[in-house]
Design a protein around this ligand. Structure first.
Ligand code: M6R
Length: 606
């Protein structure tokens, strides 16, 4: 999704902006641009396509200057093109914007009447002319505040001004924005990752705030224009995670990192000496909680669905699961005894943030399970449980999904124990099993060659289905999502028992169907459902776990056996072949695995 960089210093800034834009490429984008200010003139260079193209264009044009802004755009208003790429500039001001200005059509009409000529189809251009208009009457700070007061929707903004060569202004509502501090220079970024190569000293803007950056100081203001103080945070260094190492793709690396991710997370949450779960400072008494609502989007939503089965099995809480973009606009019945848990890898997903914000405004108990601990969602929630996965760069979420499930499972066990729904002996056994999970994942990853060989069938398919029951149903949804987003093949995840209520009509000779049938309580039922699709011509890849018992079914095309574990842990193991399958299918098709078309890593618009 769109990314912002701004630098003000004493030396030339173009190449540093370009480097930071390269860091933001992982977010997914379709065009890029830079504007600098030099000798009282704004120089703007932009292009459709990748930052490499921008870099080539920059060689031909002059963009010197010690103050500048840069942007990678993920199209919302107006197709990806040179003219719609950011920055957008007038003679007076140049603007980069993340988010969506919802009243842009109305504002545009007004500005056209005032004589402004719009060049692009973007919503952002209204910001340029609005602020240019106010600059005719007001000084810079007031002009910006007037402009901001006209905007409805969401924005993170970076702006430079022809007549103010010593400052960059940033503003935030709904879309994240960070400020970085360096020696003799200061930075603006849509996330701390964009700034990491330059500084580890960061502050974050909250909604409604804006900031003025000079090369030697940064001032922050609230919506009314009063000065405010900001904490400066020091970021940890995890540079090695931003490198592909010997891997061809981040996704392949991130899949293979999963045994370590599990080990790290288990080490963070499990007290190995007492064989107990450490969740310190849980701010509520479990007796005050009767319901739990889990909320997320995409893959994070799937982890919520898996957790519903665990929580229902191991606790007495009423559990509901919601897609953030639906939750935020529904008429919700907020109850004091509900705990709302928000799942998000990035911690910046606009819909999830809005759902959290709504719960906060209704004084609900809110807990965030995030991978990025400096993120907006982490900062907003009452309580945070980090997944400790390290940065996930591939747009398709893999290790973060396992991390989300792991933290949800650990929380489930803890709540189960605290509410006396599990006996101490079983609780301790389950913790012991958790401590060995990383080895089971490691061994399951060894199935790579077999998965690679079956992937041909899937990469050639027009469409395919993923079936499962119990916790394997959300894993089927996740498997289908991974195949869709990477291989652009139509894939559906379905509860195996639902096929006869309609989707069986889709099955035709040779259609690939992946059946997840681990040896859990649903096993026999799922095998019967599998026979129904085989009888109608489906080419079935059965994924189960190792067992001494043979599978009693004929005409299965291929079988993959993951490691075996207690039933609760099977979702972790079943996920591995599905991730690899999506990876190899996309690899065979030659697609851009880390940056699939039309998608973004951090979805900061609704
Ligand atoms: O950062 P989040 O976990 O909040 O992101 C939610 C979804 O956008 C994300 O999981 C998306 O579905 C992934 N691309 C799936 O691989």
């Amino acid at each position: 999704m769109c990314g912002i960089v701004g630098i003000i210093g004493k030396k030339q800034v173009t190449s540093e902006i370009l480097n930071s834009l390269k860091k933001l490429e992982y977010r997914g984008y379709d065009s890029a641009g830079i504007a600098t200010l030099n000798n009282g003139e704004i120089n703007e260079v932009k292009c459709e396509g990748r930052v490499d193209v921008l870099e080539k264009n920059l060689l031909k044009l002059d963009t010197s200057g010690n103050i500048g802004i840069g942007h990678v755009r993920w199209a919302t208003h107006g197709a990806p093109s040179n003219v719609n790429a950011h920055p957008h500039s007038s003679n007076e001001v140049s603007v980069v914007h993340n988010g969506i200005i919802e009243n842009s059509t109305l504002l545009k009409k007004d500005l056209i009447k005032k004589g402004y000529n719009f060049k692009s189809q973007t919503d952002t251009e209204v910001i340029v002319y609005l602020v240019s208009e106010y600059l005719k009457k007001y000084k810079i700070k007031d002009a910006v505040m007037k402009m901001l007061s006209n905007l409805q929707g969401s924005y993170a903004l970076g702006m430079i001004f022809k007549d103010y060569p010593n400052l960059i202004i940033g503003a935030r509502r709904g879309s994240p924005l960070a400020v970085g501090y360096g020696p003799g220079e200061n930075y603006l970024g849509s996330d701390s990752y964009a700034l990491k190569s330059m500084t580890n000293k960061i502050s974050y803007l909250n909604d409604g705030e804006f900031c003025i950056l000079n090369n030697d100081q940064v001032e922050f203001f609230d919506e009314q224009g009063s000065k405010i103080n900001k904490k400066i945070l020091t970021l940890s260094s995890d540079e090695k995670n931003y490198d592909k190492g010997d891997y061809k793709h981040f996704m392949a690396k991130e899949i293979d990192e999963q045994p370590n991710v599990i080990n790290n997370c288990v080490n963070e949450y499990i007290d190995k000496i007492n064989n107990d779960i450490n969740i310190f400072n849980f701010p509520w008494n479990e007796k005050d909680i009767r319901n739990i609502t889990l909320i997320g989007c995409g893959t994070a939503y799937h982890s919520c669905l898996v957790a519903k089965y665990w929580l229902e099995e191991l606790t007495d809480f009423e559990i509901s699961v919601d897609i953030a973009s639906e939750f935020r606009y529904r008429k919700n019945k907020f109850k004091n005894e509900t705990l709302y848990i928000f799942l998000s890898q990035s911690g910046e997903t606009a819909d999830t943030f809005a759902a959290l914000d709504l719960c906060k405004k209704n004084n609900m108990k809110t807990c965030a399970i995030v991978n990025v601990i400096e993120s907006s969602i982490a900062r907003e929630a009452n309580f945070v449980l980090p997944t400790h996965c390290g940065p996930e760069i591939g747009v398709a979420s893999t290790k973060a999904f396992l991390g989300q499930m792991l933290v949800l499972y650990i929380l489930t066990l803890k709540l189960s124990f605290l509410t006396k729904n599990i006996e101490q002996k079983l609780y301790k056994e389950k913790i012991k099993d958790l401590k060995n999970l990383h080895n089971k994942v490691k061994n399951t990853l060894l199935l790579e060659n077999k998965i690679n060989s079956v992937a041909n069938v899937f990469s050639d398919a027009k469409g395919c289905m993923f079936l499962g029951r119990g916790t394997s149903f959300p894993i089927a949804l996740e498997g289908a999502l991974k195949l869709k987003e990477l291989s652009y093949i139509h894939a559906e995840g379905y509860p195996a028992g639902e096929m006869k209520h309609g989707p069986l009509a889709l099955i035709e000779d040779g259609m690939p169907v992946i059946v997840l049938a681990p040896r859990d309580n649903y096993y026999k039922k799922t095998i019967s459902n599998m026979q129904e699709v085989i009888a109608r011509g489906a080419k079935v890849l059965l994924i189960t776990n190792k067992s001494e018992d043979d599978v009693f079914s004929e005409n299965i095309w291929e079988t993959i056996e993951v490691e075996t574990a207690n039933n609760d842990l099977l979702p972790f193991l079943l996920t591995i072949p599905l991730q690899k399958l999506a990876y190899f299918s996309a690899l065979k098709k030659g697609y851009d695995i880390d940056k699939p078309r039309n998608l973004a890593k951090s979805v900061t618009v609704e």
